[in-house]
Design a protein around this ligand. Sequence first.
Ligand code: NOJ
Length: 454
Amino acid sequence: MTHSKFVWGASTASIQIEGGADSRGLSNWDVFCETQGRVHAGHDARIAADHINHVEQDVAILREMGLKAYRFSVSWPRIMPEGLGQVSEEGLAFYDRLIDSLLSNGIEPYLTIFHWDLPYALHLKGGWLNPDISNYISDYTKILVEHFSDRVRHWITLNEPQCFINLSYRMEAHAPGYRVSDRELALAAHNALLSHGKMVQVIKSYAKLTPTITYTQAMPMSSIPYTNTENDIEAARNRQFSITSDFAGTVSVFADPIYLGAYPTEYLNRYESILPNFGHDDFKIISSPIDFLGVNIYMGDYVTAGPNGEAVVVPPQPGHAKTAYNWQVRPECMYWANRFCFERYNKPIIITENGMSGNDWVHLDGKVHDYDRIDYINRHLLELNRAMRDGVDIRGYFHWSLLDNFEWAQGYHERFGLVHVDFENGNRTMKDSAYHFAEIAKTNGNCIGADFSI
Ligand code: NOJ
């Protein structure tokens, strides 16, 4: 299959870059930041990368890089300060400005509707534990679609449900920092899936330009066969989609209902006694057809087959390659996670995020020489290209992130940007990796010995 137009882009998310906290409603993350000990060094997202005052400059950087696509998210509390009811004209106008500026620079907006910043008022109503959330988010989606779909074609419903459900409601790591029962966790997960399905239906019903719809998932337990033997490949594949006691942190609980129309049997059997009562049409709604499987992928584990074929994780070698965040550098994850997902779900894939945090600073010569990121990008893209050569249908790659930003519970401790941001004054400096990524996009990968035009 030939798809001449591989999409090259960069990603961000609203609360991670925007700032301008006074011009929007309170979000669950604002309150989480106020809670002692939750976010690194007590950082908050009130100013972040001050994108709200740098929109034109940030779009100019995208243009300078020659990127034809930009993935950003809309802040629900900026559009609806209370989560329901009243709509902020100022909020809509901000995204009008961004979208119009992107389009006039030849850059396609990829709009994520929900990337974790929930209006605090809805958190007080139970957040993702409240079954009404799927109606609230549908109302919010309708406002976005009615207002922006004369210009926006590409819609992403939810970003990484594994994180805003599991990290948030079980692991105590993200807002609101809860540890709920498994019963409530399963309910929250189901509410997220139903939300996605209803959002898809709203997009399809109200979009003015024919939409493409993507659902973006994290790739927890991304598994790389340690050797190329069938046994290791099978062990890795099984682990990738297995249901663990950490069920809300799995791929299959959040993907099978969408692409296969049902929860995995293993999940149903194991958790039967605590699962919510599903509505009659729930799975029909959840599996409303969409266009792309969005993959956010950063790392993976080497896996080998144990004596009974079970997956055994091979521990990292001492001194293994790692990013500033201490994440293992495992470029083969780009090959295997995508191959496994494509085999199981048979959907074209867009890489909606991939990247690394580095110890980046502005050097004496005024530049940011982030060679680690350049190497990371090269290695991951070569593996991605290998997956394409082996038949995996991949349509685009969005680097995380355009800008250094507010990395959730890590605050400003992690720098993921292609562009360095000085958080004291908002100054932007394109890192060496930004120029390099621009060259990759321009040559469709040829400059690193790849070919993304296949
Ligand atoms: C996942 C999330 O979507 C994004 O918000 C986060 O900053 C990156 N990955 C890096 O952790």
